[in-house]
Design a protein around this ligand. Structure first.
Ligand SMILES: C[S@@+](CC[C@H](N)C(=O)[O-])C[C@H]1O[C@@H](n2cnc3c(N)ncnc32)[C@H](O)[C@@H]1O
Length: 270
């Protein structure tokens, strides 16, 4: 959701017109309802999907702490790219997401694999069974707008990890919001044009999307996200009973300058 794309349209006026032309309220539909339809194709526009780019780093951390997980929860699994990548070698995977539209895409992608999908909020999910590993990728946790929600989510993660189990998650840094969630952008994909514009207030940014497809009325989506100071994340982990293990700063996107766009965190339960 956060790569700097080519073919940018930087005109604020043009962006204002996009919003003025809105005919349906994106505020009332759950986030990702419209975006889900083009989410995978949008990621592939400029190379590999994010989950593929980040997989070596994630797998290295999983292997270090638990070997090949026998059971894994992919939290905020979205359209299931990472969920499907993990479902091999006997690993049973549960994908959890709040968005029915994203889960619909995930189920289609995962057909025939040992994956269970659940619609649930990551702040309150309960699958009853402890697992070896939990992952939460592509800045999904940035959608939590209150540090208390971060702690609530981490507490649910701790409740689902067996002793020694590992939690690997990423966050967009403040730098990522300042550079990637700022200028209006228009992107052209196979059968769609996507306009995105941003509104920032303090640590929180709202991204408004307008999706144009031939023979479809324009569709709209609104995503809100925020950055978290590292100290807040560390405190939330500790409050949830998770042990901080590692923090790596990285940038998986070859075409984007900067080294500190993403944070990859590793924590364990005991
Ligand atoms: C940027 S997408 C990432 C999806 C996937 N992890 C990936 O790598 O492509 C963020 C996902 O977080 C989900 N999400 C946002 N808030 C959530 C919540 N409170 N509980 C569960 N899922 C949530 C959204 O529905 C969306 O699918």
């Amino acid at each position: 959701m956060d790569r700097r794309r080519c073919r940018r349209r930087r005109s604020g006026l043009a962006a204002e017109r996009l919003i003025a032309n809105t005919t349906e309220s994106a505020e009332t539909a759950p986030a990702y309802s419209a975006f889900a339809e083009i989410y995978n194709a949008w990621q592939r526009l400029y190379g590999l999907e994010y989950a593929v780019l980040v997989a070596p780093r994630v797998n290295q951390r999983l292997a270090h702490h638990v070997g090949r997980p026998r059971t894994l929860i992919d939290l905020a699994c979205g359209t299931g790219t990472h969920t499907v990548l993990q479902a091999h070698g006997g690993t049973r995977v549960i994908g959890i997401d709040l968005s029915p539209a994203m889960l619909h895409q995930a189920r289609r992608r995962a057909a025939g694999r040992p994956i269970t999908f659940l619609q649930a909020d990551m702040r309150t999910f309960d699958t009853h069974n402890p697992v070896d590993a939990v992952t939460c990728l592509y800045a999904s946790l940035n959608h939590l707008l209150d540090p208390e929600d971060l702690t609530r989510t981490f507490t649910r993660v701790a409740a689902h990890l067996r002793p020694g189990g590992v939690f690997v998650f990423d966050l967009n840094s403040k730098h990522a919001f300042e550079t990637l969630w700022r200028d209006p952008v228009t992107e052209h994909g196979p059968g769609f044009t996507l306009h995105r514009r941003f509104n920032t207030k303090g640590a929180q940014t709202t991204m408004r999307l307008r999706i144009e497809r031939p023979n479809h009325p324009p569709a709209h989506d609104t995503l809100t996200a925020r950055s978290f100071r590292e100290s807040i994340v560390r405190t939330s982990l500790a409050d949830a009973g998770l042990t901080f293990r590692d923090l790596a700063h990285f940038n998986p996107f070859p075409s984007v300058p900067g080294t500190k766009l993403k944070q990859l965190w590793t924590a364990t339960y005991r």
